[in-house]
Design a protein around this ligand. Structure first.
Ligand SMILES: *[C@@H]1O[C@H](CO)[C@@H](O)[C@H](O)[C@H]1NC(C)=O
Ligand SMILES: *[C@@H]1O[C@H](CO)[C@@H](O)[C@H](O)[C@H]1NC(C)=O
Length: 101
C-alpha cells in the first residue's frame, strides 16, 4: 500500500519542488498563486480579508486556510478540488503534510 502513495510524491519531486503545493486564492476580482514545499504557516495578501474568497489547490497534501494570521482559526480545508467558496476572510494557510526525515 505504501508504494502506491509514495510514487506520485516521488514523481512530483522530480518534476518540480518536492511535494510543492500550488495554492490559488481569489477574492473573485483578483487572485494570487502561492507555491510552497513546506508546512510553515504562510500569511497571505490582505486582499483576502473580505467574505467572498475562493481557493483551489493542486499537487498537494491537504491545505488548511485560516481566518487569522497565525494559523489557529480554521475556516476551510481543501485538497485537489475545484474552486471552493470560502465566505470568510483568509489571512493565512498551512500545508498539512506528513513528517519527512
Ligand atoms: C504550479 O506552479 C508552478 C509555478 O508557478 C507552475 O509552473 C505549475 O504549472 C503549477 N502547477 C499546477 C498544477 O498548476
Ligand atoms: C480583490 O482584491 C483587489 C486587489 O487588492 C481589490 O481591488 C478588490 O477590491 C478586491 N475585491 C474584493 C471583492 O474584495
Amino acid at each position: 500500500m505504501r508504494s502506491f502513495i509514495a510514487l506520485p510524491a516521488a514523481l512530483s519531486c522530480i518534476l518540480a519542488l518536492c511535494n510543492a503545493a500550488n495554492i490559488s486564492i481569489s477574492n473573485k476580482t483578483e487572485y494570487k498563486i502561492y507555491n510552497t514545499g513546506d508546512s510553515k504557516c504562510f500569511a497571505v495578501d490582505n486582499m483576502f480579508q473580505g467574505n467572498t474568497n475562493q481557493v483551489i489547490v493542486f499537487d498537494s497534501f491537504p491545505v488548511m486556510f485560516y481566518g487569522n494570521a497565525d494559523c489557529s482559526n480554521l475556516v476551510s480545508m481543501n485538497y485537489k478540488g475545484g474552486w471552493t467558496d470560502v465566505n470568510r476572510p483568509i489571512r493565512s494557510f498551512q500545508v498539512i503534510r506528513p513528517d519527512k526525515q
